[in-house]
Design a protein around this ligand. Sequence first.
Ligand SMILES: *Cc1c(COP(=O)(O)O)cnc(C)c1O
Length: 496
Amino acid sequence: MTAPGTRDEDFGARLSFDRGVRGRRAVDVPAWSGDETPLPDSWLLRDSVRLPEMSQGELVRYYTALSARNYGIDSGTYPLGSCTMKFNPKVNDLIAFLPGFADAHPLAAEEGAQGTLRTLWELRAGLAEITGLPAVSLAPAAGAQGEFAGVLMIKAALEDRGELEQRRRILVPDSAHGTNPATAAMAGFAVTHIPTADDGSLDRGTIERELDETVAGVMVTVPNTLGLWERGIEEVADLIHEAGAYLYADGANLNAIMGRVRYGDLGFDVAHLNLHKSFSTPHGGGGPGAGPVCCNEELAPYLPKPILEENDDGVVRLAVPERSIGRLQQFHGNAGVLLRAYAYMRALGLDGLRAVSGQAVLNANYLRVLLDGHYDLPYDRPVLHEVVFSGSRQRRQHGVRTYDIAKRLIDHGFHPPTVYFPLIVDEALMMEPTETEPPEAIEALADALIAIAAEAERDPDALHEAPVAAPIGRLDETTAARRPFLRWQDPGAVKR
Ligand SMILES: *Cc1c(COP(=O)(O)O)cnc(C)c1O
């Protein structure tokens, strides 16, 4: 794909270093007419830094062309399941960039930082309302860190109850996000997997059998990674509490249910949210994020610090919960992400958030219906925010793998979906169109996938070569992982 106006010149193949011409400048700086620099010449790095020298026009074209090789939500549909790659209104960025927020010093006196602190205070009140869990810490910097906080809180509460020795297990459905068992293990618990029943909800019989005085908690992804509602979760919550264990909600995919169902009302004790997903922060490549942890009164004393409190004098202050699990990261959390979430929440209001989840669910079901019959659908029932198809028919009949299908989608101009996850679906294709895609975009994505299914029948070998229209073709991923090139190398010189 060549960016408009670049003709055949491959801007990725030659770096700025190779393009520079000695003496060219992007900015003309007037000659210095004052005294000579007092620094001795030997301190200056004149010869050893080989900086590229380019004109401003060349520089702008170079970076514009490079940026056009990236695929982002601003370039097209991005159906990466579970990641909620939705369009984020730019006004939220502008609000987070306001100098009063962006230039605030994290160590400023609380009285002098009331604008930021009160905004965060109102955000936490909103999140408490949305989750039905009254106590909130905004500190965690990602979903996985929010989970870790939640499980450490459960651990600390059990220790105070004198039951930590005996309660060493956490039950995790096999349809949970992978971070759930990882978190439980990192917090020092043994993980017991609960199988998924035929309808895609967790298997009640196994839960009932496993629940005993050795169980510390149960972590449930709601909705689960099949994009399905966890049927009967309220009764399961009762069973868990009768057994003396805690119930954790992975709320990273709140997009599906926000404004409609609240974790607290369902019986969850603690939950984390992914503000960078559901609440509008551009994310990808590992950040930035915010994974607030919300809990009931019983677990509130264990929240990570700092939390926010409004004092009698009307000043919002940082506070440390009585039995806090401690600090997870510096200062207040990822303020830029938190501010965007606040702006988004206030702009939409409760009705708007409810409309978001309604549209997200409608869009996922539209995709489900459009693709019905072209790919296998192992859990065939109405979905919430995402739908998980399987490429097993294409594999079985034509030797085409989900991996090939995903790579071919790049040639059709789409970012691939999440693949091979959840693990319980063979050759999984997990797609989340999100509420911000218009129907035409969902139809275009479905058309591309249907065309690929037809190609799998007609010419399966061609699919093994995909992508063919992208700047970089298919990589040997094992080699890329084991022997990565960490420095630029001339593609002509690299043995493929
Ligand atoms: C994205 C996601 C996570 C992890 O969140 P990070 O911010 O990437 O750490 C956890 N659980 C679910 C269900 C997710 O979708």
